[in-house]
Design a binder for this molecule. Structure first.
Ligand code: NAP
Length: 505
């Protein structure tokens, strides 16, 4: 820690901490601030409620693909999950329960996102301009926007000329009656495989436009039994053991993902067997058989996706789309299919999560511009970037996962930020900024390590930016991330001592 530089604090900020977004990570940050008695914070949330992705994604069939007893805060276990993999509504309710129980809501400003944040070197404060034009100042800025917040739309010729209904899976239009319609679904990722079986039952005809087939495994989903709920509720340590079992079961998959992709061949054989079992038609089976190593794209789990594709009202279209017309879609083979509605299951701008926010650090350095120069987002353990003092990112660059619960990562990151705040108070630091050389060495090694992983084994996925850099995935075990971030190393940061007292609450 280099705290030799003295820094004048000209004015007291409006808040000690401003959190961007009230999804799982913003919520966790707020809860831990409150637990530590730090009440001077606000969450700026552009939508009207807490919940993040679990508020926005309410398409039919939306559910978690990580077991719910693990996909929840360790400090707020829920023994009453209805299913092994809870549906969206239940997860959203859980989040609202957490917000209410820990008193987070009074700190939320709904309907007000962040448009611009600028670090003011003179006062060592962030000046935040919200999407409604308000301005406020804060000592610490914490981004809780995550990676899956901005829907991605395909750029297809003629798309804006389409006269029918069209919406993204993350912006589902429940008012539109799909009954009896001819519907095009573009995309076959984690979202599409959940809503396609529901659409299939309602629509007259479903054309599923698949660019790359996903690997699909059966989902070990089931309703939780009454006795299990009672057991978990009355004996919390049994619930804890069950959570630990789920954690280590999922964590073991990291061996194949990150250490030796050849291990994935065994899982691939299982997936092929499942495909052969559910899809007897060799033509359809061929269309649905991926040609890349399993795990390179997210492995999908579903029991009803493949069966839905065998139904007579479903066509899997593998010829690329060349043009969208007023009431139809034309594919490369020249075929024109009349369409009433398009549903985009085309995912999110995961490699560009802050592209709609301008965050300007020291000397006018804007974070998206800095990342563009670096070939894609990068940060120190996803949390901090040089040139951006007093900024922490939750679920920042290279902290996404393909094999375990992201809530585990969020809790590790929030613990780290809380340590940083404590250290800043103890040392009376006005600024706290990761050292460039520490950050650069970390990222050079990370990008080296990631080359060995299954995510960089040759497929095209949202994990990889157009530049070829992988700015999304943590290339290791989550337990190693936990171990490495468990104790903040003060020597990794520069800090400037404040000359005036700091607001510590
Ligand atoms: P995704 O996995 O990125 O899938 C997008 C799909 O759209 C892919 O099949 C992609 O094809 C296709 N696509 C994109 N642009 C296209 C174009 N121009 N033309 C044709 N096809 C196009 O998105 P997602 O399904 O929304 O899932 C995103 C992430 O959200 C997941 O990986 C997961 O992390 C998360 N998620 C989680 C859950 C959960 O249960 N926890 C549920 C849903 C989503 P290519 O493969 O060829 O690119």
């Amino acid at each position: 820690m280099n705290a030799a530089v003295k820094h004048p604090i000209a004015a007291k900020p409006d808040h000690n901490v401003v959190i961007i977004g009230a999804g799982f990570s913003g919520l966790c940050m707020a809860i831990k601030l409150l637990e530590a008695g730090r009440t001077s914070f606000v969450i700026l949330e552009k939508a009207g409620d807490i919940g993040g992705s679990w508020r926005d994604n309410h398409y039919p069939g939306c559910a978690c693909d990580v077991p719910s007893h693990l996909y929840s805060f360790s400090f707020e276990p829920n023994p009453f999950w209805s299913r092994a993999y809870a549906p969206q509504g239940e997860i959203w309710s859980y989040m609202r329960h957490c917000a209410a129980k820990y008193g987070v809501r009074p700190h939320c400003r709904f309907g007000e996102g962040i448009a611009h944040a600028e670090f003011d070197e003179a006062t060592a404060m962030w000046r935040v301009t919200t999407t409604t034009g308000n301005t406020l100042t804060t000592r610490i800025l914490v981004s809780g926007v995550g990676a899956l917040c901005l829907p991605a739309y395909p750029s297809l010729k003629g798309l804006d000329t389409f006269k029918g209904e069209a919406f993204h899976s993350a912006e589902w239009n429940h008012d539109y009656d799909l009954e009896g319609k001819t519907v095009a679904v573009i995309g076959t990722g984690a979202s599409a495989i959940q809503f396609v079986p529901h659409l299939q039952k309602r629509v007259k005809q479903l054309h599923l436009f698949q660019r790359t087939p996903p690997w699909v495994l059966p989902k070990l989903d089931r309703p939780m039994k009454k006795w299990e709920k009672t057991l978990f509720n009355t004996l919390p340590f049994v619930h804890r053991l069950y959570r630990d079992f789920l954690y280590w079961r999922m964590e073991s998959a990291a061996l194949g993902f990150t250490v030796n992709p050849k291990i994935m061949k065994r899982i691939e054989r299982l997936a092929r067997k499942y495909l052969a079992h559910v899809i007897p038609d060799p033509v359809l089976r061929k269309k649905l058989t991926p040609d890349y190593t399993i795990g390179c794209k997210r492995i999908l789990i579903s029991n009803d996706y493949y069966p839905a594709l065998t139904q007579p009202n479903v066509e899997v279209v593998t010829d690329g789309i060349v043009e969208v017309r007023e009431h139809s879609i034309v594919t490369r083979d020249g075929k024109e299919r009349p369409i009433d509605a398009i549903v985009y299951g085309t995912g999110f701008k995961a490699t560009d999560p802050l592209s709609e926010i301008r965050i300007t650090g020291r000397a006018g350095l804007e974070i998206n511009e800095a990342w563009a120069k670096a070939g894609g987002p990068e940060a120190y353990y996803g949390l901090a970037a040089p040139g951006f003092p007093n900024l922490f990112m939750l679920l920042g660059p290279n902290t996404g996962l393909g094999h375990n619960s992201i809530i585990f990562m969020i809790e590790a990151q929030v613990r780290y930020v809380m340590q940083a705040l404590k250290l800043m108070d103890e040392k009376k630091l006005a600024t706290f900024e990761v050292k460039s050389d520490v950050h650069d060495a970390f990222n050079a090694k990370l990008q080296q390590d990631i080359k060995q992983t299954v995510w960089n084994s040759g497929c095209k996925s949202w994990y990889i930016a157009e530049t070829g850099k992988n700015p999304t995935v943590w290339p290791g075990f989550t337990v190693s991330y936990w171990a490495k971030t468990r104790r903040l190393e003060p020597g990794d940061f520069d800090g400037a001592t404040a000359l005036a007292p700091l607001a510590a609450e």
